[in-house]
Design a protein around this ligand. Sequence first.
Ligand code: PLP
Length: 422
Amino acid sequence: MTLENTRAFAKKLDQTDPLCSFRSKFHIPRVNGKPAIYFTGNSLGLQPKSTKKFIDEELNDWATLGVEGHIHSQRPWLYYHKFSKKALSKLAGAKPTEVVAMNQLTVNLHLMMTSFYRPTKTKYKILTEAGAFGSDQYAFESQVKFHGFNPSDAIIELSPREGEHTLRTDDILKSIEDNKNELALVVFGAVQYYTGQFFDIQKITKAGHHAEAYVGFDLAHALGNVPLQLHLHRVDFAVWCGYKYLNSGPGGIAGAFVHESHANNFELPRLAGWWGHNERERFQMKKGFQPMTGADGWQLSNFPVLSGAAQLASLKIFDETNMAELRKKSLKLTNYLEYLLKSIPGWQNYFIIITPSNPHERGCQLSLLMKKNGRKIFKRITQAGVIADWREPNVIRVAPVPLYNTFEEVFLFAKIFVDAIK
Ligand SMILES: *Cc1c(COP(=O)(O)O)cnc(C)c1O
């Protein structure tokens, strides 16, 4: 289809969009009395209108049942982690037993690394992308120190080639091969939070296993954004947060994936708590931790029901469509955004797009590296009703989300952006 830089064309795309009705399921924030152009679903997903109802139901059950709600509430609190399994497993390309909602992302990263970062004297290094999200960097650094190694020696941070902004898959694979004798763990942000690069999970996992290292992914920017096949690709573990593309609310419940091949590996060291213990005996308080099989065996504490209720509201919406449909729209939406930005006369004088131009190597986000006046331009688009996000030192990230953003918004954003850079 030939794209057109007109509002009428954008509206036509919305009219023929099979997912266009989903927008009405969300609260759209307002700026200056008008709906904002909200392109920050990669940072905090919007609130489903149904969230309040889901949380209210738990509040009512708590009010009327008290502790009996653990068993007699509409969704018995004792089993709450089970209610999100099916939807999460579909998004992750996993079996329901391989995923569990629990804790927060960084906590889960530490739990997973406790099991899957098993350094020896000679094989102790972690390979990751340079410029990983701060929390991940600190987790790697502290884990390495915890095992008595020196972070500057034990953490290999892979940088793009001179003059490039993203990593080439071949360079990642080569680095894994080059370091194979010393490598214990390969861990990447599946979609890099800063550049928006979607790494080749299958190839990286295969290479990591060939090097006899475990392989894990941080899905903070991937789950609910790009199609995933964690089971098929034999990823060892993954972690995610709930509040970005999963729309589970600020600080919402996170989750983890553990591949089925480790489901009954009770030799793996792990940090234990009663919620990961054999559920038939959980309340007997007996000595001797017996982990449940699958991802459930990594749970520590009883389930945060109010946070989980918010997640269920959002997952129900994901269940009314699927990742294939969402991806189809997402590719079109981001492609349209890229087309409009590249139609700006002399655009390369103002910014470059550091996100890969190959649609298979990105999710919905485009990262615009501003060449001059970045902060000023960002301020102007914000005043004009765009909610986007600024990342030091000079990147504006924009993420049109297929569940609730429209082609018309993409058009209007591009117009505001052109006015701002002039
Ligand atoms: C958002 C994000 C986090 C946030 O960690 P929390 O534990 O949820 O606070 C961590 N890592 C990455 C890659 C992220 O994008």
